[in-house]
Ligand binder design. Structure first.
Ligand code: 5GP
Length: 192
């Protein structure tokens, strides 16, 4: 998606060898107009699927996921990373290793928000090694729900997440695909 690639070129910062910082429009400050465009594009790509729920993980997936949910007019459910007094029983849970924080987190969603009747579209901000998406897929399996596809804002094709999902025959649509970081610059792969 050209608009997104242009924004990454303008505002993205390469950190080390494999991390892109996009806190100006996605991960800290959020650009609502860009999110609306991302939501429309995910809708265009997945509108042929009988989607009943959008699923993501807090916190950075929520902005593009709500924009997508608004296009589908279906609920967004976000997995929580911390249990609390209001979230402790009747949960689906999975353990996810965080690429950016280098720690494992348990993610959880309440059983009342996902069932065997649901066709789920997963939305996330980044696809790196695929741990976050795998955790969400585990939760979908526990609920007996169906995975319709995975929409990713920024995929890094040089990490192993995409292959892992392709091997499981999961439909993945990424709006920007980064094939490498070179001398602090982003190199894009052709779109899906
Ligand atoms: P994965 O689980 O695919 O290894 O990593 C995906 C998660 O890690 C995303 O939800 C995102 O929060 C974070 N992440 C992975 N790579 C990057 C990156 O290059 N930049 C940022 N800001 N977050 C990333």
């Amino acid at each position: 998606m050209k608009l997104l690639e242009d924004r990454i070129k303008k505002d993205g910062q390469v950190i080390g060898t494999d991390v892109l910082k996009v806190d100006n429009f996605l991960n800290h400050q959020v650009d609502p107009d860009l999110m609306a465009d991302l939501g429309k594009e995910f809708y265009r790509r997945f509108s042929n699927e009988p989607i009943t729920k959008i699923l993501t993980v807090e916190s950075s997936g929520i902005a593009p996921a709500i924009a997508t949910a608004m296009e589908f007019h279906k609920p967004l459910v976000f997995a929580r990373k911390h249990k609390s007094l209001t979230l402790k029983d009747h949960l689906y849970t999975a353990t996810v290793y965080s690429f950016t924080k280098k720690t494992s987190n348990e993610i959880a969603i309440s059983r009342k928000f996902l069932s065997a009747d649901d066709n789920v579209l997963i939305i996330d901000d980044f696809l790196a090694n695929g741990q976050a998406v795998e955790g969400l897929m585990e939760i979908i399996a526990q609920a007996g729900a169906t995975l319709s596809g995975v929409g990713i804002v920024i995929e890094k094709t040089f990490q192993k997440g995409r292959k892992l999902l392709d091997d499981k025959h999961v439909r993945v649509e990424s709006l920007a695909r980064i094939s490498a970081f070179k001398d602090g610059h982003v190199i894009f792969a052709p779109e899906d």
